[in-house]
Ligand binder design. Structure first.
Ligand code: 0PR
Length: 373
């Protein structure tokens, strides 16, 4: 095919994809303009053989340090993963490998019922039992339930700082105390919340400031406005990275700790660029605007007699609708070109107020919701 023909084919496919403007179901958004610039500039860079790309490697190291410092330790070791799923697999794999070396078998980990479905992949790939702890009425994990599930084969606890469905923060402080007390690894899955919680007006303890937190997963490709394919893994104890190492004898780089081999440096560069460009102040502004719009949305729905399942902690809103209405409202919204999602339990309408949402969008959405109801 000619170049022009391929281009028009691509344009045709692009038109089939939805623009983000009316998408309220996604934890992704348009990357920041500087992220797009950086991504293009480092398109061919491969962190899987990082000695060939020392500039990219340096940016990755700086990102790990910057995110570490945001999360209260500059000495954390880690790398830019492909996203939250790889981060969850790799952090749990590190502790699994360490315990396996010590002779442990039939290991289990304990996650909240609200854990992301990536933990199903963790269970399958790592041959671990993943036990689900029940929640309290505010949809945070019940720490007593976690404690009851611990046995001599438990190697790790997981707390979520920004649950996928409800945007809730588990009681990480209590989980941290429990992890210290029982000598367990604690992973905080802050894939979504890592770039939100530090900038909220309410203060939450959820990061390395707590002694029991062993590892944190944060995704720059969600609220960090980076390009897709940017997660970040951080271990408090750098020796956990050694548990993931394989030798790569014929490469210029002699070892690798990432799950994937060839690994795009573009999303690492994009993340570096956004952090440098926005800094904490810029990120805070974005979070504050998302939270302002979240409040506006909630005020509007309350006026319609629709109340949230929990008062939003971050920019995730879940709305209680009369039994039987949830599917009808979702379908009617989709007919009006909105994209919304549903939670599993309790069943509710779920909206994520990402940076691509503006005040006008909230108003149009509320008008359509009123009309449909
Ligand atoms: N941990 C948490 C708390 C998450 O919310 C997610 C993804 C992950 C881990 C896994 O991250 P990756 O998808 O980067 O591997 N949460 C979103 C979700 O499942 C991901 C998403 C984003 C899905 C945009 C759809 C979408 O349009 O809803």
């Amino acid at each position: 095919m000619s170049r022009e023909a391929v281009e028009s084919l691509l344009q045709e496919k692009k038109l089939m994809d939805l623009p983000y403007e009316r998408i309220l179901s996604s934890m992704c958004t348009y990357p920041h303009e500087i992220a797009i610039y950086a991504h293009k500039l480092f398109l061919e860079s491969n962190l899987g053989d990082s000695e060939l790309f020392p500039g990219t490697k340096e940016m990755e190291e700086k990102v790990v340090r910057m995110i570490g410092s945001l999360l209260h330790t500059e000495n954390a070791a880690g790398y830019i993963s492909t996203g939250g799923t790889e981060s969850n697999i790799q952090t749990i794999r590190a502790i699994r490998n360490r315990r396996r070396k010590a002779g442990m078998r039939d290991m289990n980990i304990i996650v909240p019922q609200t854990a992301h479905f990536s933990f199903e992949k963790v269970a399958d790939l790592l041959n671990l039992e993943v036990r689900q702890a029940s929640l309290d009425p505010q949809l945070k994990v019940d720490v007593n339930a976690v404690e009851r599930l611990i046995d001599s084969n438990t190697i790790a606890l997981v707390g979520i700082a920004g649950t996928t469905e409800f945007g809730q923060i588990d009681p990480i402080e209590e989980l941290s105390a429990l992890a210290c007390d029982r000598d367990l690894f604690l992973l905080v899955d802050a894939a979504f919340g890592g770039f939100v919680i530090p900038f909220l007006e309410t203060h939450y303890e959820f990061d390395f400031a707590l002694d029991g937190v062993s590892a944190i997963s944060v995704d720059p490709h969600k609220m960090g406005l980076s390009t897709l394919g940017a997660g970040c893994i951080l271990f408090r104890d750098p020796t956990f990275l050694d548990e993931l190492v394989v030798a790569t004898p014929y490469l210029s780089t002699k070892q690798q700790y990432s799950l994937v081999g060839t690994r795009s440096g573009a999303s690492a560069a994009a993340t570096y660029a956004v952090l440098k460009c926005l800094g904490r102040e810029g990120l805070q502004e974005i979070v504050h605007e998302c939270m302002r719009l979240t409040s506006l949305l909630i005020c509007g729905t309350k006026r319609l007699g629709i109340f949230p399942v929990i008062e939003p902690v971050m920019n995730v809103v879940t709305l209680k609708l009369p039994e039987g209405d949830v599917d009808r409202v979702k379908k009617a919204m989709e007919e009006r070109r909105w994209r919304v999602s549903l939670t599993r339990s309790p069943r509710a309408l779920r909206l994520v107020i990402m940076p691509h949402v503006d005040e006008e969008t909230i108003q149009y959405f509320l008008e359509d919701l009123e009309d449909i109801l």
